[in-house]
Design a protein. Structure first.
Lengths: 111, 114
C-alpha cells in the first residue's frame, strides 16, 4: 500500500544538467500533479495530467516538461537545470475531485 | 481569478490554548476546500475537506473547519493545541465544472509554546 512514491528523494545538479523525477501511484487515480514548494510561496502547480497520454501546464511550467505514458506514472523533466529550480518537488494524485494524495517530496539543489 | 489566501504567515500559541487559522477563498461557484498539514521534511497530510452539505466539518487530530459563504472563509480550529501540532498548515481549494486544479494558500506556520 505505497500510495504515491517519488524518486529520487534528493538530488544535486550542476547548472545545465538534465534530470527526471519519477512519480508512481498505485491507487489507479486519473489525475496526477507536480508541484514545487519554496519558502513563503506555498505550493505552486507546475504541470498536471488528467489521464494517460495527456498533460497540461500549471502556474509555473517554464523550464519543465512532463510525460504520462502510463496511468500510474508521471515524469517531471528538467532539460537544462537552473539555480532557480532549486526547490522541493511534490507529486500528487487524486480520483475525480477528491483530495490530493501526496508523495514525500524530492529535494533538488541546482548549483 | 480563483484564489486561496491565508492571511497569517506565522502564529504562535501556548500549549492548551485554542487555535484558529484563517483561510479566505475567491471562487465564482461554490468551491470544494481542504486543509492540509505538513511537518518539517514531510509530505502533506489531509486534515479535512468540504464539498457540500454541513458547513462544519470534522477532521483528524481534533481539528474542525467551518465553511462560511457570506465571509468567503474556511477557517481551521482546534479547541486545545498540543505541542505536536506545531507544523505548517495549508488551505487549498478548487471548483467543479471541469477545473482540475487545486490552488494552495501560502501556508501558516504554527509554533506551540510548551
Amino acid at each position: 500500500n505505497a500510495g504515491v512514491t517519488q524518486t529520487p528523494k534528493f538530488r544535486v545538479l550542476k547548472t545545465g544538467q538534465s534530470m527526471t523525477l519519477l512519480c508512481a501511484q498505485d491507487m489507479n487515480h486519473e489525475y496526477m500533479y507536480w508541484y514545487r514548494q519554496d519558502p513563503g510561496m506555498g505550493l505552486r502547480l507546475i504541470h498536471y495530467s488528467v489521464g494517460e497520454g495527456t498533460t497540461a501546464k500549471g502556474e509555473v511550467p517554464d523550464g519543465y516538461n512532463v510525460s504520462r505514458l502510463k496511468k500510474q506514472n508521471f515524469l517531471l523533466g528538467l532539460e537544462s537545470a537552473a539555480p532557480s529550480q532549486t526547490s522541493v518537488y511534490f507529486c500528487a494524485s487524486r480520483r475525480g475531485f477528491g483530495e490530493l494524495f501526496f508523495g514525500e517530496g524530492s529535494r533538488l539543489t541546482v548549483l | 481569478a480563483q484564489s486561496v489566501t491565508q492571511p497569517d504567515i506565522h502564529i504562535t500559541v501556548s500549549e492548551g490554548a485554542s487555535l484558529e487559522l484563517r483561510c479566505n477563498y475567491s471562487y465564482g461557484a461554490t468551491p470544494y476546500l481542504f486543509w492540509y498539514v505538513q511537518s518539517p521534511g514531510q509530505g502533506l497530510q489531509l486534515l479535512l475537506k468540504y464539498f457540500s452539505g454541513d458547513t462544519l466539518v470534522q477532521g483528524i487530530k481534533g481539528f474542525e473547519a467551518e465553511f462560511k459563504r457570506s465571509q468567503s472563509s474556511f477557517n481551521l480550529r482546534k479547541p486545545s493545541v498540543h505541542w505536536s501540532d506545531a507544523a505548517e498548515y495549508f488551505c487549498a481549494g478548487g471548483s467543479g465544472a471541469g477545473s482540475y486544479q487545486l490552488t494552495f494558500g501560502k501556508g501558516t506556520k504554527l509554533s506551540v509554546i510548551p
